[in-house]
Design a protein around this ligand. Structure first.
Ligand code: SF4
Ligand code: SF4
Length: 224
């Protein structure tokens, strides 16, 4: 069934209905070298063309054999990588504002927990709303991200969905937020943060699917 993410965003006094289309395909880019993502962002940004990247994206998809590595068809690969470029470009554009912030939070997706069932010992607190990691599995991505970010002074939230973002931002008044999630949730969260004057940085999932998803820890550690 087609799922839509819908949010009401207050932008300069105007309430806007934001509808974000989720991907209609699953992907796993975890075997693609991290260099690839940096390269497409760097090239696009340097050429000032992150809004018009089609030709560049087509070239790098062929050069890095993305279709062969992921099984995605060409148009899905283009859509996905155009979103990656947009996310990386926004990170670069907002980096200076973000580094000046003092009160920061990290939003992690619940789908990257090692377990999605009772083997995950995290407790969900609906009042925040967030899972609280119990650190039951040393090799859990979320566990490693939580531990690292908390040492860096971040408040960390493990969110069941992007709809939790406005509630937390209204309650806590963060100046800067790093969000980890799939591209469609990043777009939704990015618009909400922009409307609330919060400087954002984002790490896109390299494997989606709403369970057993993954993101690149080194990319996150660099941003933190
Ligand atoms: S380490 Fe944390 S998030 Fe990961 S499975 Fe255990 S309690 Fe859940
Ligand atoms: S992949 Fe994860 S972050 Fe994206 S919609 Fe599914 S549960 Fe949310």
């Amino acid at each position: 069934m087609l799922r839509l993410n819908i949010a009401i965003v207050n932008f300069k006094g105007l309430f806007c209905l934001l509808v974000v289309m989720p991907y209609k395909f699953t992907f796993d880019l975890s075997k693609i070298p991290r260099f690839f993502f940096k390269e497409i962002a760097k090239v696009s940004y340097q050429k000032g063309m992150h809004k018009k990247v089609s030709r560049t994206v087509h070239e790098v998809i062929r050069r890095f054999k993305i279709q062969e590595a992921t099984g995605l068809n060409f148009s899905d690969a283009v859509l996905l990588l155009e979103d990656f470029v947009e996310i990386q470009a926004r990170n670069l554009l907002e980096r200076d504002s973000f580094v000046q912030t003092r009160k920061r939070a990290l939003f992690l997706p619940h789908c990257s927990r090692k377990y999605m069932d009772s083997r995950c010992k995290a407790v969900f607190d609906p009042n925040i709303p967030s899972y609280i990691c119990a650190h039951c599995s040393p090799d859990c991505l979320v566990n490693r991200a939580v531990s690292f970010a908390e040492k860096k002074g971040y408040d960390v939230y493990i969110l069941p969905g992007g709809s939790c973002v406005p509630k937390i931002l209204k309650a806590k008044h963060y100046e800067g937020v790093i969000g980890v999630s799939c591209g469609e949730e990043i777009k939704l969260g990015g618009e909400i943060m922009k409307s609330m004057g919060v400087a954002g940085q984002a790490v896109p999932l390299v494997k989606n699917g709403c369970a057993n998803t993954s993101f690149n820890l080194e990319t996150l550690f660099d941003l933190l």
